[in-house]
Design a protein around this ligand. Structure first.
Ligand code: SF4
Length: 342
């Protein structure tokens, strides 16, 4: 339940990060994602600091996320044609899964694939189209707790302690609503000293000055040590680098505006409301931002937009709901382009 109560706040924090990163530092090009993570941990907000030239090259692979299986092939594909088993590292699973991933990567135009040798029994050869760029500089997570109380601080402390130990992130932050522009010392003591703290004030909406740094974070990768996550691997371990990249790819592909995928913009009560420089969902029936969980087909007030709305000036393929979806997707794409211009 806490997660749902935080939903609207989370969107505002994502927008603030997009506008104002890096807090208490130089402006830094970023892309921002929401609710992305690994098998063990999911973060509210993930900020990926990028190298603009690298991101420009990354865009040549398309706007969709490259998942872990594809990533290994795209990164390892050779410059010249080569049998895939010679070109790629030995997998931890059967080669047939690698072949399936190769077909998928080729279908998306990420690599070239051909069958060489006798008909029917030919070997699959691959080559890269272009090198996969080094586009990720730093990966930072923000946990959002608008109403931080003692029990929330204790729960959060465990999560942040995991982040500190795992060494997957460069920094971890807590975002919480400003209460007299300071955090109670008792709550402060619960938060690991390595985590940064930003106090937000979204009373009049989001702008770049909506966040105030109360505590600067430590560099977790430097602090992670040789076996911070218990794996026995150090901060430059290749598998850890891959996991960081997988996380960054998820942020790249999804952004933070994809809430339209799980909510009901096709409900006649659904609309987008401005909150300063941010937009967030608003429900006319409830008179507030609905939570991600309640805004679903099972909502008691759900009412599909009437078919007639789809013919009154709206494109034939959709009414206002589809228009909202397209608007959010355009904004996600614009955010990527803005990052390239910085
Ligand atoms: S009435 Fe329910 S389904 Fe419709 S916008 Fe509001 S919360 Fe979402």
């Amino acid at each position: 339940m806490v997660l749902d109560a935080e939903f609207g706040y989370e969107l505002l924090v994502c927008r603030w990060a997009e506008l104002a990163w890096r807090p208490a530092g130089d402006p830094t090009p970023v892309i921002v994602g929401r609710q992305v993570g690994t098998r063990k941990r999911r973060w509210d907000t993930v900020v990926v600091e990028v190298d603009p030239d690298g991101l420009r090259q990354r865009r040549t692979f398309g706007d969709r996320e490259i998942d872990r299986e594809l990533l290994e092939i795209v990164r390892e594909a050779p410059a010249d044609w080569e049998w895939y088993r010679d070109a790629l590292p030995e997998p931890e699973y059967p080669w047939r899964y690698v072949r399936e991933a190769i077909h998928r990567a080729a279908d998306r135009g990420l690599i070239d694939e051909r069958a060489s040798g006798s008909a029917g029994g030919g070997r699959i050869e691959i080559r890269r189209k272009r090198p996969y760029p080094d586009w990720v500089r730093r990966v930072v997570a923000i946990e959002n707790k608008p109403d931080l109380d003692a029990s929330a601080a204790a729960a959060l402390a465990d999560q942040l302690a995991y982040d500190v130990d795992a060494g997957l992130l460069d920094e971890t932050w807590l975002a919480t609503e400003a209460t007299g522009s300071r955090l109670e010392p008792a709550l402060r003591r619960e938060i690991p000293i390595e985590a940064g703290i930003v106090l937000t004030d979204f009373e009049t909406g989001v702008d770049p000055d909506s966040g105030t740094v109360a505590w600067l974070p430590s560099d977790l990768r430097a602090a992670g040590g040789e076996s911070g996550d218990g794996s026995g691997s150090g901060p430059t371990d290749p598998d850890r680098e891959t996991r960081r990249l997988v996380l960054a790819e998820r942020v790249y592909g999804r952004g933070w505006r994809s809430f339209h995928d799980t909510m009901r913009p096709d409900c006649r009560h659904f609309r987008l409301a401005h909150a300063g420089e941010a937009m967030r969902p608003d429900c006319a029936a409830k008179g507030r931002c609905p939570t991600a969980r309640e805004c679903s087909g099972s909502c008691a007030s759900f009412s599909p937009e009437p078919p007639a709305w789809r013919t009154q000036g709206w494109p034939i393929e959709g009414g206002p709901g589809k228009g909202i979806t397209r608007l959010l997707e355009r904004r996600r794409d614009r955010a990527r382009y803005r990052t390239l211009r910085r």
